[in-house]
Design a protein around this ligand. Structure first.
Ligand SMILES: [Zn+2]
Length: 487
């Protein structure tokens, strides 16, 4: 048995003015030939597991490119095409192979390609022919297209948001493809469009209970896997939206029926699925009352994980204006400030212009008197645990203290995932009254255990939370909440 594995992806925010080029991949994750070291990036976790599962069975593995870029604007055409050709060339050289396993995202858009994953899968299918099983693991924030479903043998998306199940889903996909190659499984995929869009946290009801139901249904005879593709509202492509994918063992009618039934159930929950967003004033008002563990404020509109710059100052400004004490904030992306503070060194105290540089959605830069409390070249943060654990780079980072606020400033744009985004900079998050994180929901995995309360703060910013205010041009607007469609 011979496996071919690869990873290519990003989550394209088509509204971001900042293109995704080669350097963004290089900064985030660009590994060749399986050289992941001990700390793989999130989308490399499946590759590491597939290699391990194959070696336990004595199977050969050919690993091509593993390339992932921190979400930003549309990927440059030449960059996408060069990565795609590298994977295809490696596959050509590896042929014949018995199965192909891919770690993709599902919401990658490049100049000239609204569905990069569909394009890549089609080209891989053309090379390996109709009989070789081709599987793809996707992020649940994907635009799950008919083309992907037609070209792949099996697709499995993450179930959890925060995405703490990359390895679990990779194992599932490996088993599906192995059984297919062995001839004991005949995968059939049924796709249902829920006619809705939004952000759905799987850490709270009703999505949490819905997911439990889905996992239970996967135990049903003939049903192999169910994926809920939440969709990615900041990707303006025709296939944007929430979809259900049921993978059955050769039962197209039953699979389609179940996909439709689940899609209709999810649609009925639509009004209760959206996060409870607070204004900055509401959040700081709530956070200021009560004692005990920290209150965590998620700066959702400036989440670099969704393509936002990560340098907005709206919440920091409010903390400064209120002279808040015992507050911590991670991370403001400001390479220039990092360079200046690193050069000044630990203990230095000076005036610094911080953040607010990337555009109107970043707010105004703040002029603060800061003390440099820590300088860490090449800082990193972790996400998830066990086999699902992954590591990402913060770049060079500094901790600055301004009044009663400890601020982590970093040089590689990334959302705040782990509590080590604070601790590795010498800040103990447990001692803070308020913690601000630039993240939509992934922070939840690490911060919920230490938080008294979590508040999602809808600041002004790049990620407009209300889909009715997003200026779509290509996406099908006849969906809830833009239209109250009856399915
Ligand atoms: Zn995602």
């Amino acid at each position: 048995m011979k496996l071919f594995i690869a990873c290519l992806g990003t989550e394209t925010n088509t509204f971001s003015p900042f293109p995704t080029g080669y350097r963004t991949f290089e900064e985030t994750c660009l590994v060749k030939g399986g050289n992941h070291g001990r700390d793989p990036f999130l989308f490399a976790v499946p590759l590491v597991l597939w290699r391990q599962l194959a070696s336990e069975r004595g199977w050969a593995v050919v690993e091509s490119l593993c390339a992932f870029a921190q979400p930003s604007g549309v990927t440059r055409r030449s960059v996408y095409e060069s990565f795609r050709e590298e994977i295809l060339e490696d596959l050509r050289r590896a042929l014949p192979v018995d199965m192909v396993l891919l770690s993709l995202h599902g919401a990658m858009v490049a100049d000239g390609y609204d569905d990069c994953e569909g394009d890549l899968l089609a080209r891989i299918r053309a090379l390996v022919g109709p009989k070789v099983p081709v599987g793809a693991e996707l992020d649940l924030h994907c635009h799950l297209t008919h083309r992907m479903v037609e070209e792949a043998t099996a697709i499995v998306s993450f179930k959890e948001y925060p995405h703490t199940d990359a390895a679990d889903r990779a194992r599932e996909l490996f088993q599906i493809l192995s059984a297919t190659a062995a001839g004991t499984l005949k995968p059939h995929m049924a796709l249902y469009d829920c006619r809705m869009m939004g952000i759905y946290h799987t850490t709270s009801d009703p999505m949490k209970s819905f997911l439990e139901k889905v996992k239970h249904l996967e135990q049903q005879k003939g049903i192999v896997s169910i994926s809920i593709a939440h969709g990615f509202v900041w990707g303006d492509v025709s296939d944007m939206g929430t979809r259900i994918l049921v993978l059955s063992n050769g039962q197209p009618r039953e699979g389609a029926r179940l996909a439709e039934s689940l899609g209709r159930q999810l649609f009925r929950l639509r009004h209760r699925l959206q996060p409870d967003y607070k204004t900055v004033d509401e959040a700081l008002g709530e956070a200021s009352t009560g004692d005990g563990d920290p209150v965590v404020l998620a700066d959702v509109a400036d989440n670099p994980g969704g393509g936002a710059p990560g340098d907005s100052t709206f919440i920091l400004q409010a903390l400064v204006d209120r002279r808040m004490k015992d507050a911590g904030l991670a991370c403001i992306w400001d390479p220039m400030a990092v360079a200046v503070a690193s050069e000044a060194g630990e203990g230095a105290r000076f005036d610094l212009r911080l953040g607010g540089k990337m555009g109107l959605s970043s707010g105004r830069p703040l002029d603060l008197r800061v003390t440099v409390t820590r300088v860490v070249p090449g800082a990193r943060q972790t996400f998830g645990s066990g086999a699902n654990r992954s590591v990402s780079s913060l770049g060079d980072a500094v901790a600055l203290r301004a009044g009663g606020i400890d601020i982590v400033v970093n040089s590689i744009r990334t959302q705040t995932l782990g509590s080590d985004a604070f601790t590795s900079l010498g800040i103990d998050p447990r001692t803070k009254r308020i913690l601000v994180v630039k993240s939509m929901q992934h922070f939840h995995a690490a911060f919920a255990p230490l938080a008294r309360q979590i508040l999602y703060v809808d600041t002004p910013g790049a990620l407009v939370s209300d889909p009715t205010r997003i200026p779509f041009r290509k996406a099908d607007r006849s969906k809830w909440p833009i239209c109250e469609t009856v399915t």
